[in-house]
Design a protein around this ligand. Structure first.
Ligand code: A2P
Length: 278
């Protein structure tokens, strides 16, 4: 896949949310890279940047072969803070630069009257980081259409990515269409519905029909919707399984059926109304 600035991004990323700060995670990252992952998706808020950095080092891979994504946490907003937070992430990951840096959450309307200004200021700092070469691409997460519209009005550099919750049962078509029109790549977090999709009988049946696992069906569905899935697993066999999705194709009829699938596995997090963290 290609970002709107021409940078190539490996089409499946390894998700690292919930991986603990321990030796097991070092081994998991090393194994994931060993079995072919070249794209690692991290975030300061996951609390495991240093451990992931150790896993990358242990893999002995050349830095240039990897695509590493970091995310700015909400507590680090403010122009100077953002620049320091980005440098801290690069140091934690021991990776010289980030391939992609994302705003983890927009400022929520429910908490901040000045949410537009906050997001715009954050974006200015991101543009600076990009221009300085500390990060090779910049983008956002969890932005809805109106939040993107506001940002694009003032942006010198258009976001290259919007990472959102996207899985069977959470199709988010309005954001997908907007991003497609604006040449913003949609990355899919929780592409497996955080594991909740494995219990759904219709998906089990369809996976059987294609002779694949439910996880492979879910990942392929993301890819065929032109989104970039970020599955996570701690288990080496499942890690491999999630990458092995390039020798089958979901039919148009089945894609239509899955796109219209009932609401299932949704986190319920809404970036406009959220007050929990923001
Ligand atoms: P595990 O780490 O034990 O493999 P998501 O990426 O949507 O957040 O989903 C992650 C969840 O899905 C985790 O609980 C993970 O468990 C599970 N998982 C990931 N890949 C597979 C797979 N191929 N088969 C079954 N479960 C999987």
């Amino acid at each position: 896949m290609k970002l709107n600035n021409g940078i190539i991004i490996p089409p499946i990323g390894f998700g690292t949310w919930k991986l603990k700060n321990n030796d097991e995670t070092v081994e998991i990252i090393k194994e994931a890279i060993g079995c072919g992952y070249r794209h690692i998706d991290t975030a300061f808020a996951y609390g495991n940047e240093e451990t992931i950095g150790k896993g990358i080092k242990a893999s002995n891979i050349n830095r240039k072969e990897l695509f590493i994504t970091g995310k700015l946490w909400n507590d680090d907003r403010g122009y100077e803070n953002i620049i320091n937070a980005c440098k801290r992430t690069i140091k934690n990951l021991n990776c010289e630069y980030l391939d992609l840096y994302l705003i983890h959450w927009p400022a929520s309307k429910a908490v901040h009257d000045d949410w537009i200004e906050i997001n715009n200021e954050t974006w200015k700092a991101f543009e600076y980081l990009y221009e300085q070469g500390l990060v090779k691409a910049i983008g956002v997460c969890n932005f809805k259409v109106n939040q993107l519209e506001e940002l694009i009005k003032v942006a010198k550099i258009k976001p290259m990515v919007n990472q959102i919750e996207f899985h069977i049962g959470a199709y988010n078509k309005d954001i997908l269409d907007f991003c497609y029109k604006n040449d913003i790549l949609v990355e899919a977090w929780s592409p497996l519905g955080s594991g909740k999709l494995f219990k759904v009988d219709e998906l089990k049946d369809m996976a059987l029909k294609y002779n694949v696992s439910v996880a492979q069906l879910c990942i392929k569905w993301c890819l065929q919707n032109n989104t970039l899935p970020l599955p996570k697993s701690k288990n080496i066999e499942r890690i491999k399984n999630n990458l092995d999705v390039f020798d089958f194709e979901i039919t148009k009829d089945d894609m239509d059926y899955l796109n219209n699938f009932r609401d299932v596995g949704n986190s319920g997090l809404d970036s406009e109304t959220i007050t929990l963290f923001n």
